[in-house]
Design a protein. Structure first.
Length: 183
């Protein structure tokens, strides 16, 4: 009888621990659109159309060289920008790399954007984020964008369905939000 009571008590404790762990809050991953000076849009306020043209590639590269501050694009902050971001921008210039997989609910970016990740390893093992908060919009978008964050920037890709396939159509790059607030 004692063994039965001990087993019952252990079972109850295990069930309590499992139920408590299931109720713990989990952080919600989201990307908040930053203020204008930290966005690649510049003065136009428009996202960059994909596939990238030579002009839009150069505009993004100036943004990366300035360290993600659009009002100081003439200041060289990151001399290694071409080496770091050149392969990604080259890949975004090819329309074949902009085709998305069938399952957009996957949490790993390279499982959503397989073709892009084959040519641009910068996003390898990064999580995709579907919650993008843009206070400039009147309401939520009809199709949630797909965002991915690297060490320095948040890349927000808008997509639409073209000829039965989901395709990246626009891009917004922002300097990543600092992890801690300055006090």
């Amino acid at each position: 009888m004692r063994d039965y009571d001990r087993q019952s008590a252990l079972l109850i404790i295990a069930l309590l621990l499992l139920s408590i762990s299931a109720c713990t809050p989990r952080p919600v991953a989201f990307v908040a659109v930053r203020e204008a000076k930290f966005r690649c849009e510049g003065e136009r306020g428009q996202r960059i159309k994909l596939p990238l043209t030579g002009e839009s590639r150069e505009r993004l590269m100036k943004f990366f060289r300035s360290g993600g501050v659009s009002d100081s694009v003439s200041t060289l902050v990151d001399p290694e920008a071409e080496k770091k971001y050149g392969p990604v921008l080259d890949s975004l210039g090819d329309s074949h790399n902009l085709i998305l997989g069938d399952d957009l609910s996957k949490h790993v970016f390279c499982e959503v954007a397989v073709e892009l990740c084959r040519h641009a390893t910068r996003f390898a093992k990064r999580q995709s984020v579907r919650q993008v908060i843009d206070a400039r919009e009147n309401g939520p978008p009809k199709i949630d964008p797909v965002a991915v964050m690297d060490d320095s920037y948040s890349w927000v890709f808008s997509h639409s369905q073209v000829n039965g396939q989901h395709v990246f159509t626009e891009l917004l790059v922002m300097k990543a939000n600092p992890l801690r607030m300055k006090r």
